[in-house]
Ligand binder design. Structure first.
Ligand SMILES: C[S@@+](CC[C@H](N)C(=O)[O-])C[C@H]1O[C@@H](n2cnc3c(N)ncnc32)[C@H](O)[C@@H]1O
Length: 219
């Protein structure tokens, strides 16, 4: 019988990532910390918006560098990430530094997002989200902030596609000032800054980078 060869389906051009849990578990499989153990510089600069004892959520916190540092500042910190391997390392980092963080392994769509449950949200490099997922993620972030609660967010701008020193190589995942202004129009924007800087946040975010930072408060 003659073998029938079917044409291979052409790869679909997609702007979302397949198997994010598997991909990130593999990236976090090594002993080291892909983004280091020190907090993101933008978060460190603006974490003073929260007072000790306040409750802050770290979104997609990876290996825990940001949540653990926030807990060390005296905040009550919750954190989640889709990658079990990252959360396991984050738990060890917290234990090693003698602080408690309420960690969970969760996809951002599945996270319970308590309504007005947090005084703050830290969303640092959460650009895994394509526009549809980002819409849901940002809506959940807005809703889980208490009135007066503050979001501190950092990401890359489309110019990062020239630097290629970190972040997803997909323009629709990156942030512009207009995008963030529209997405958080119902929050009071205290700081929205686009800038270039040399990042040294592990091997994952290293070198000249096109960044954007936001600090915004729920009314
Ligand atoms: C660039 S890393 C940033 C990690 C951390 N925020 C930091 O600054 O070190 C992106 C993180 O998003 C997580 N992630 C990817 N897709 C996710 C999803 N759908 N829900 C929750 N976390 C996700 C990855 O596991 C990874 O830890």
């Amino acid at each position: 019988m003659m073998a029938v060869t079917r044409p291979r389906p052409r790869a679909l051009k997609t702007d979302s990532f397949p198997d994010p849990a598997g991909t990130w578990n593999r990236r976090f499989a090594d002993d080291g910390f892909l983004f280091g153990t020190e907090p993101n510089a933008w978060l460190r600069e603006y974490a003073g918006v929260w007072q000790a004892g306040q409750r802050v959520l770290c979104v997609a916190d990876g290996e825990g560098r940001n949540s653990v540092w926030l807990a060390r500042q005296g905040l009550a910190v919750d954190a989640f990430d889709i990658a079990e391997a990252g959360v396991a390392k984050a738990r060890r980092l917290a234990a090693g530094q003698g602080v408690h963080v309420d960690f969970s392994v969760s996809d951002c769509d599945a996270y319970p997002w308590p309504e007005a449950g947090f005084d703050g949200v830290a969303a640092i490099f959460v650009q895994f989200a394509d526009p549809a997922l980002r819409g849901r993620l940002f809506e959940n972030i807005r809703r889980c902030l208490r009135p007066g609660g503050t979001l501190v967010l950092q990401g890359y701008t489309p110019r990062q596609l020239e630097y290629r020193t970190g972040g997803p190589p997909i323009e629709s995942h990156l942030y512009t000032q207009d995008l963030l202004r529209q997405a958080f129009a119902d929050l009071d924007i205290a700081v929205l800054r686009e800038y270039d800087a040399d990042l040294a946040e592990g091997s994952g975010h290293c070198g000249r980078s096109a960044l954007i930072g936001l600090v915004a408060r729920r009314r």
